[in-house]
Design a protein around this ligand. Structure first.
Ligand SMILES: [Zn+2]
Length: 111
C-alpha cells in the first residue's frame, strides 16, 4: 500500500468527515482527558489521535482512536511522545506516554 505524503494526510484535517468526528469527540468528552486524570476539569479544544495513524485512513477517522485534550496538555504530550518515541512507535499509545510518574502541576509556562 502506498504511503500517503504528510501533505496528503494533512488535508484529512480539513475534511467534513474530520470536522464531524472532532465535533463528536468534543461533544462526548468536553474535558481534557489528561487534566481529568490529574483531577482538573479543563475544557478540551484539541482532538488528537491516541495511536499514531501513520497514514492509515482507518486509524485517522476512528472515533475510538481520537481523544480530546487542552492545548497545554497537547504540548506536554508532544514532549512526552518525543521522549518516549521508541515505545510509542513500538505500538504503545499516548496513554502509555502519560503514565510516567510526573508530578502534578508542572505545566511548562510561556509556551
Ligand atoms: Zn489538559
Amino acid at each position: 500500500m502506498p504511503q500517503l505524503t504528510a501533505r496528503q494526510q494533512h488535508t484529512w484535517y480539513s475534511t467534513p468527515r474530520w470536522a464531524a468526528l472532532r465535533g463528536q469527540a468534543l461533544a462526548s468528552d468536553p474535558f481534557c482527558r489528561r487534566c481529568l486524570r490529574l483531577g482538573r476539569r479543563t475544557r478540551a479544544t484539541v482532538v488528537v489521535h491516541v495511536r499514531a495513524h501513520h497514514g492509515s485512513e482507518a486509524l485517522f477517522f476512528n472515533r475510538v482512536n481520537v481523544s480530546p485534550f487542552c492545548p497545554a496538555c497537547v504540548d506536554r504530550l508532544d514532549a512526552l511522545i518525543e521522549r518516549n518515541k521508541r515505545r510509542v512507535v513500538a505500538g504503545k499509545s499516548i496513554d502509555a506516554a502519560t503514565d510516567t510518574r510526573e508530578p502534578v502541576g508542572t505545566e511548562v509556562a510561556g509556551k
